[in-house]
Structures are given as structure tokens and as C-alpha cells.
Design a protein around this ligand. Structure first.
Ligand code: SF4
Length: 198
């Protein structure tokens, strides 16, 4: 009885020519800057840039917060509630551009490596879920780099990066669409006045 065993090398598609074609297609020329990953990541370009520059942004934010606090007498004279509208308008645009800010009103960027945790589809504020993909992307949005993987990497570059280990409170939904800048300033001013009563 003739053997039914087929030599691998003689199978259609396994001929030397076909194998050569497969190898050639694997190493096919691809112009620079056109990989699928690179195209997808373009969507997150500025957000990822902010994480890469977390240390510089930490420095800028520190000075910005000091300037806002120095303006406390002005905010007080105008009325914090009156300043809320214009400041929220500017904050939404500035942080929207740099961090894809969702205006939760209780900003923790300085504790999360400049990666906004509200961009996590599960809105986790204390680290990643168990579904991070092997390539560091989100399990819900496979094209998006996990905001917590980014947060960890950004925090490692920051001076006060270990703040990422602090346990964050749950999001207070009543503060949505309000200004974190003014809230932090008012709280810092109250603390300062408490420490140095006139
Ligand atoms: S933590 Fe909140 S306020 Fe800060 S960038 Fe994210 S959504 Fe905006």
C-alpha cells in the first residue's frame, strides 16, 4: 500500500519559492512613521507627551499653584464663586489639550505621573485593573495605552512621584465641571490662614 505521508517540502505553499515569498513579505519595506501602532498612538500624542515631560510639568504646576495662591486676595475680592466660570473655562481648555482632562473637579495629576485617571474607561483612581494587555494597552480600548501604565512611568520621573502610592478617595461626582485650581487655592489659603492667624 502506498504511503500517505507527504513530504513537508513538497506541500503546496511550502515550496522554496513560496517560502521565499513569505520571508520577503515579512521583511517588506515599510516607510518610516506609518506603522499601525504609530498611527493609533497619534491620537494620544499630546497626552503621552505630557507623561514624558511629567517632571517639567510638575515644576510648572508648582509655580503656577504658588502664583494662584498669591492671587488669593484678588480671588477673595472678586469672589471665588464669580471667578469659577472664567477660570473653569480656561482650565478645561488648557488641561483638555495637555491631559484630555474630563473636569472631575478634584485633580490628582500630580499624584499620577501627569496621566489623567479619568481617561481610564473604568475611571479607576487607585491603579490599574487586572486587564492590562501584554503591550501595556487597555483591555476595554485595545488601541489606548493604559493610563495607569503611563501614570507609573510618568511618576518615576517626578520629584514627588511616590505620591502615586497614596490611596485616593472615590470621585465626588458633585464636583464635576468645577475648577480644581480654585478649590486647591482656596484650601491652601484657608490652611495658611489657620497656621498664621492675624
Ligand atoms: S484628574 Fe480630574 S481635573 Fe485632573 S486632569 Fe483628570 S479629569 Fe481633569
Amino acid at each position: 500500500m502506498p504511503s500517505l505521508k507527504i513530504d513537508r517540502r513538497t506541500r503546496p505553499g511550502n515550496s522554496p519559492e513560496a517560502l521565499n515569498r513569505k520571508t520577503a513579505s515579512r521583511g517588506a519595506y515599510q516607510p518610516a512613521h506609518t506603522t499601525a501602532i504609530r498611527r493609533l498612538r497619534k491620537t494620544y500624542t499630546i497626552r503621552l507627551w505630557s507623561v514624558r515631560h511629567s517632571r517639567a510639568l510638575e515644576w510648572v504646576y508648582g509655580h503656577f499653584a504658588d502664583a494662584f495662591l498669591a492671587l488669593h486676595p484678588f480671588w477673595k475680592a472678586v469672589g471665588y464663586h464669580r471667578a469659577e466660570g472664567p477660570v473653569t473655562f480656561i482650565e478645561r481648555r488648557a488641561k483638555g489639550l495637555l491631559f484630555d482632562c474630563r473636569m472631575c473637579g478634584q485633580c490628582i495629576l500630580s499624584s499620577t505621573g501627569m496621566s489623567c485617571p479619568m481617561n481610564c474607561p473604568k475611571q479607576l483612581r487607585n491603579g490599574p485593573c487586572g486587564g492590562v494587555r501584554a503591550n501595556g494597552n487597555c483591555e476595554i480600548e485595545p488601541d489606548m495605552p493604559c493610563v495607569w501604565v503611563q501614570a507609573w512611568s510618568g511618576s518615576r520621573a517626578m520629584r514627588k512621584g511616590d505620591a502615586i502610592l497614596d490611596v485616593q478617595k472615590p470621585v465626588d461626582q458633585s464636583l464635576r465641571e468645577t475648577s480644581s485650581w480654585l478649590r486647591v487655592t482656596a484650601q491652601a489659603a484657608a490652611k495658611r490662614e489657620e497656621a498664621n492667624p492675624q
